[in-house]
Design a protein around this ligand. Sequence first.
Ligand code: NAD
Ligand code: TYD
Length: 355
Amino acid sequence: MSILVTGGAGFIGSNFVLDWLAQSDETLINLDALTYAGNLDTLKSLQNNPNHIFVQGDIGDAPLISQLLTQYQPRAVVNFAAESHVDRSIHGPTDFIQTNIVGTFQLLENTRRYWEALPTEQKSAFRLLHVSTDEVYGSLANDAAPFTEQHPYEPNSPYSASKAASDHLVRAWHHTYGLPVLTTNCSNNYGPYHFPEKLIPLVILNALAGKPLPIYGDGLQIRDWLYVKDHCSAIRRVLAAGRLGETYNIGGWNEKPNIEVVQTICSILDELKPKADGSSYAAQISYITDRPGHDRRYAIDARKIERELGWKPDETFSSGIRKTILWYLENQAWVANVSSGAYRDWVNKQYAGTP
Ligand code: NAD
Ligand code: TYD
């Protein structure tokens, strides 16, 4: 038995791969294009693990997908591969359209051909799980109820629009061709191996480096934070027991305004790694120009996955953020490795002209 995971060298995919191989004897084929966001250093503990087969390649490469499916005969495909950063999608949407929409289409179409030819028993056991985001639902007013699975799709950024399009393709491949799919829409993740272009790792690393902690706009935008290991356990649960064609919202019940997240990180760092001059890291907070089209609030109603599949997150925000900060303090070599030339070019472009 095997499973094919795409995007397994990125933040969530690598956490999923590491957790999966720690718990299962099944072979896992990890297909990742190794864009700037993919990092083999994250997977180095698997170097001698015969159950991990890494393949560098693109989900949009139809012959490659078809060859991998035929060669390894997986019982499931889990699709994490995507361009994932909203700010990058604003600077240049092309890669988002290519990977998130065209790539997902190629993955679906080739998986469908493989699935249609499977013997009856394997055909009925097969699953394709598509990992998506709460951002497809758009922005919530502060007094609105959290997103349920019935919430209309109202994506506002090139990133969320491309993910929304991919979700629609997945849905259509189920309704039209009967492909046995599952879709998960998750809130903001944080935890180990998070690429430092995203808010939480960026703030931890900038704080330690004595750099400004950039807050877009008024800092009162709200995100619903989920520890990445909880996301991975939810995906395993949906893969094992989710109802075909259904979508499951995954969230941490941890709504926080950005400024509160940043202040929490500063006060934990003040305790764990006090500054020599006795000042707080919070003194480095710097308000900068807002992101264009910035969604005000995301919040997930995660009652369906709890009711149907018995899943609940293990971590609270305060336990998860402390673990995350400790991980970054203890893994400076990983940080140095990913903070390479390409990363520095991005930071210079995105934060140019800010104090
Ligand atoms: P990430 O950017 O850290 O990793 C994406 C991975 O996909 C990288 O390893 C990259 O090399 C790979 N990749 C990119 N294009 C590819 C292609 N064409 N073919 C093969 N591999 C390719 O992203 P992440 O934060 O780990 O997110 C993973 C998935 O989860 C995405 O689909 C994202 O939309 C979704 N998601 C993310 C969050 C979050 O908070 N990070 C929340 C909800 C959903
Ligand atoms: P991010 O981690 O990019 O995730 P997303 O945009 O997918 O929610 O950003 C989380 C929140 O933090 C979002 O409201 C934008 C904000 N943010 C800042 O205020 N400053 C920053 O430098 C970054 C990267 C994000």
